[in-house]
Design a protein around this ligand. Structure first.
Ligand code: FMN
Length: 184
């Protein structure tokens, strides 16, 4: 992605597509955080705090050094800077008794996909990422989300630098089952 920041109205157009996603009981559980500039750095700080708390071989393993720790945490800090705009799609699930939490998450996922499709439709590059940060309380708290909220994805958005390699997917016959069709 190019470092150039797309204009706010273009980003608003694609985020707008998110709120038209299907959702059961019309709970509309999605929350969108549209980060640019130093708001991405602040998210990187929360990601680094989450990584420091979670630990790992390079952070608190027997071979960890001040240098490995510094490098790992710096990498976390830099992650949101990979694109000029990061749209965090999160879900605040409804607590109504008839609402199924999984369905709230699926609604959030369809909102994220709507945003990706809208981004591509207007010529922007967009990539859905998660990783441990999507499940970290540090990130949830940083965004002001409640304890039952879930980050669905960090959508990295910007102008493309190049045409991406063609997508790879398993052929349709491998994953589809035609049932009740006379020619099946
Ligand atoms: C829930 C979810 C989480 C994902 N997390 C990551 C991620 O953390 N890093 C990554 O490189 N791709 C991640 N992806 C995959 C990419 O968004 C993308 O789909 C994949 O690289 C294939 O590219 P394509 O969809 O353009 O074919 C994730 C996708 C989904 C649906």
């Amino acid at each position: 992605m190019q470092p150039e920041q797309p204009p706010r109205d273009l980003i608003e157009t694609i985020v707008e597509a998110g709120r038209w996603a299907p959702n059961h009981h019309l709970t509309q559980p999605w929350r969108f955080f549209v980060l640019a500039g130093n708001a991405r750095e602040a998210l990187g700080e929360a990601m680094a705090a989450a990584a420091a708390r979670a630990g790992g071989p390079g952070l608190d393993g027997p071979k960890a050094t001040a240098e490995t720790r510094r490098a790992i945490l710096e990498k976390e800090r830099q992650k949101p800077l990979r694109a000029p705009v990061v749209v965090v799609v999160a879900v605040e699930p409804s607590s109504a008794p008839n609402v199924v939490r999984d369905e709230e998450l699926w609604a959030g996922a369809t909102a994220a996909q709507n945003i990706l499709l809208a981004a591509h439709a207007v010529g922007l590059a967009a990539r859905w990422r998660t990783g441990p940060a999507a499940f970290a309380p540090e990130v949830r708290d940083h965004l002001g989300l409640g304890p039952t909220a879930q980050v669905i994805g960090f959508l990295y958005i910007g102008y493309p630098t190049a045409t991406p390699a063609p997508a790879q997917r398993t052929e349709l016959p491998t994953v589809v089952n035609w049932l009740g069709w006379p020619d099946a």
